[in-house]
Structure formats: structure tokens, C-alpha cells
Design a protein around this ligand. Structure first.
Ligand code: TRP
Length: 336
């Protein structure tokens, strides 16, 4: 097995939403079909334990995210599609990397800092309260995900850029300390659409509770789109598409021409209600077929399990021999 031209993962702690589709699933589906590329795509289930301690939810989310990826067209024969926890080499590499990662580097990680700030703002005396070591060192687990398969390109949302920088720092540490084994991964960020806005205009994220699920019923999809925040402009008043959440979601799905037409409708003062209806129809049409496949998959988890087992075997063709090289470089090896 070859190292990864592309690699990305989705944390399995929630229901797959439009933001996952635009940021990770859609670009992955595209590269998964390219015969000249080796792509690794995975369910980041160990990552889910950082924030989610509800076993049922972790399990359900793993099924849903796998089903979503497959329903939306991931070519699981051509790419390597696996569950992180099926690759025991990843946590082992995580420990090796943990031992060379400066603590100061982790102090600067934004996920950790955001939690410290939250504690500060809510007047907590102990600024580390409710912060686990998993959250603190999460960028190291992510570095192991990436370096385990010597990934060249990692498509992610903007909020993950810092983690890719850290991955390169950690790779350099290892390469200098032990042996040049790791390639430096490059971050791939689609500036226009990789971070989709949610119901309240902030990044669509399960942590903000502002998501639009990918495969909810038609009725619920409509209901949620009607809930998206807009300003209080009247119908016929010309509107600014640049600051509009509805437009930014539309833009992430529509073609260039459709976007152009929509911009014109904004300057002509399209009413918010009409825009919401158009957005709903557009997204519903885009997802209709996949929604059917998705519900079939959800009701046959053993089909998904088989796909993941095949993915695990392909991934381990790379990770098993590579980890033994990495171990050797550190002195962890047989005595004879
Ligand atoms: N942390 C990523 C996110 O929240 C998910 C992820 C885990 C990931 N491991 C990864 C993405 C490795 C890319 C590569 O979006």
C-alpha cells in the first residue's frame, strides 16, 4: 500500500451535517474516485471521546457518518475508508509523538485555549477545570492520524490549520531527533466553502448546536432552514449577499451560474421567506437520492462493517510495517 496523497477524518460525536458535507465529505468523494490518487478517509472515533462520553452517541454517530460518506458516493473500493480505532498503530504512534512534543506547543492549541478562556469568563478559580488530558493533547492524536500514513495533503476546515502546523512541527522534531521518516503534510483549505455557517451564522458545528443534519426528513430540513437567522429587512429592499447566512449556504452548493442569478435576486430585494424556500428546494433536490441510500445503509450496519474491515486491512498494509520502522528508530525493538 502507498502513503496517502489525501487524508482526512471526521469526528464521530454527532449527526453528519451540511458543514461536514461541504468541508470534508464532498471533496473526499471527488478524490476517492481518482485512480491516480491514494486517499485515506476515516472515522475519527478516538477523537470523539474527547468531548463525548455517551457510548450510545459515539456508536450511533460512527454508523451515521460512515453511512453518509458512502451514501454520498465515496468510492470505497478505490480509496481506503476505515475507522481510526481499527488501526492500533495510531495510538501507539500517538504515545511516541507525545514523548517528543513540547508541552508549550500544546499550551498554544486553540481548542485548549478556548476552554481555558471559557473558564476564565465564567469566573472559575481553577482555569483547567473540566479540561481533560485528551483535549489538551488532541493535536498529537491528530498528528499521529496524519503521520501514520505519511499524508501529503490534508483537506480540512479553516479551524484545523493550526493543527496541521503543529503536525509539521512534531514531524520535524521526530525527523531531527531520530530519523527522517515523516513527510511534512500540506493543509488544503477551500477558502470559500470549507467552513459553512450554521443556523445562527457562526461556524456550523455540533459544539454550537446550530447544525443542519444532512439526512433529516424533508419536513425537518425545511423547518430548520426556515429558522436560519436573517436581518429584519423588508421584501423588495435590496439585500447584501455578503453578510447573509442563507446566501453563504446556497453558495456552497450551487453552480457558478446559479450563484450569479441569486446575487441578482438579492439586489432586486428577494424576500427572506422566498429565499429560504429556494434554499430548501435546492438542498433537498441535491440530497434526495443520497437520502434514500443513506436510510438503507443505516438499516444494514453489517454492510458498513464489512466495508470498514476491508479498509482496515488496506490501511494496516501501510501502518504495520511503517510503525515497526518508527519503533526501531526510537530503540523500541527486539533484542536479537
Ligand atoms: N480534528 C478534525 C476536526 O475536528 C478531525 C480529524 C481528526 C482530522 N483527525 C484528523 C482531520 C486528521 C484531518 C486529519 O475536524
Amino acid at each position: 500500500m502507498k502513503n496517502a496523497d489525501f487524508l482526512t477524518g471526521i469526528t464521530t460525536s454527532g449527526t453528519p451535517h451540511l458543514g461536514n458535507f461541504v468541508g470534508a465529505i464532498r471533496p473526499a468523494v471527488k478524490t476517492s474516485k481518482d485512480n491516480n490518487l491514494t486517499s485515506y478517509y476515516f472515522l475519527a472515533d478516538f477523537h470523539s471521546l474527547i468531548k463525548c462520553h455517551d457510548p450510545e452517541r459515539v456508536k450511533k454517530s460512527t454508523l451515521e457518518i460512515a453511512a453518509a460518506w458512502i451514501a454520498l458516493g465515496l468510492d470505497t473500493d478505490n480509496c481506503i475508508f476505515y475507522r481510526q480505532s481499527d488501526i492500533p498503530e495510531i495510538p501507539e504512534l500517538t504515545w511516541i509523538l507525545t514523548c517528543i512534543t513540547p508541552k508549550g506547543l500544546m499550551n498554544r492549541a486553540h481548542a485548549y485555549k478556548a476552554n481555558v478562556d471559557e473558564n476564565k469568563n465564567t469566573g472559575k478559580k481553577d482555569l483547567d477545570i473540566n479540561i481533560s488530558m485528551g483535549l489538551f493533547s488532541y493535536p498529537i492524536l491528530m498528528a499521529a492520524d496524519i503521520l501514520m500514513f505519511n499524508a501529503k495533503k490534508v483537506p480540512v476546515g479553516k479551524d484545523q490549520i493550526q493543527h496541521l502546523e503543529m503536525t509539521r512541527d512534531i514531524a520535524a522534531k521526530f525527523n531531527n531527533q531520530y530519523k527522517e521518516l515523516f513527510t511534512y503534510p500540506e493543509v488544503v483549505v477551500d477558502e470559500t466553502s470549507s467552513v459553512l455557517a450554521g443556523l445562527d451564522g457562526r461556524k456550523m458545528s455540533k459544539s454550537y448546536n446550530n447544525i443542519i443534519p444532512l439526512f433529516d426528513t424533508e419536513k425537518n430540513l425545511r423547518k430548520l432552514i426556515m429558522k436560519i437567522k436573517t436581518n429584519s429587512q423588508e421584501p423588495d429592499e435590496p439585500k447584501d449577499y455578503k453578510t447573509c447566512t442563507l446566501f453563504s449556504i446556497f453558495e456552497a452548493f450551487a453552480s457558478k451560474n446559479e450563484i450569479k442569478t441569486m446575487k441578482e435576486k438579492y439586489s432586486q430585494g428577494i424576500a427572506w421567506g422566498t429565499m429560504k424556500q429556494e434554499l430548501f428546494e435546492y438542498i433537498n433536490e441535491t440530497l434526495k437520492e443520497s437520502r434514500k441510500i443513506y436510510s438503507q445503509l443505516i438499516s444494514s450496519p453489517s454492510d458498513i462493517e464489512n466495508i470498514l474491515k476491508k479498509g482496515r486491512d488496506k490501511a494496516r498494509e501501510y501502518s504495520v510495517p511503517f510503525l515497526s520502522e518508527i519503533r526501531k528508530a526510537t530503540g523500541i525493538q527486539s533484542l536479537v
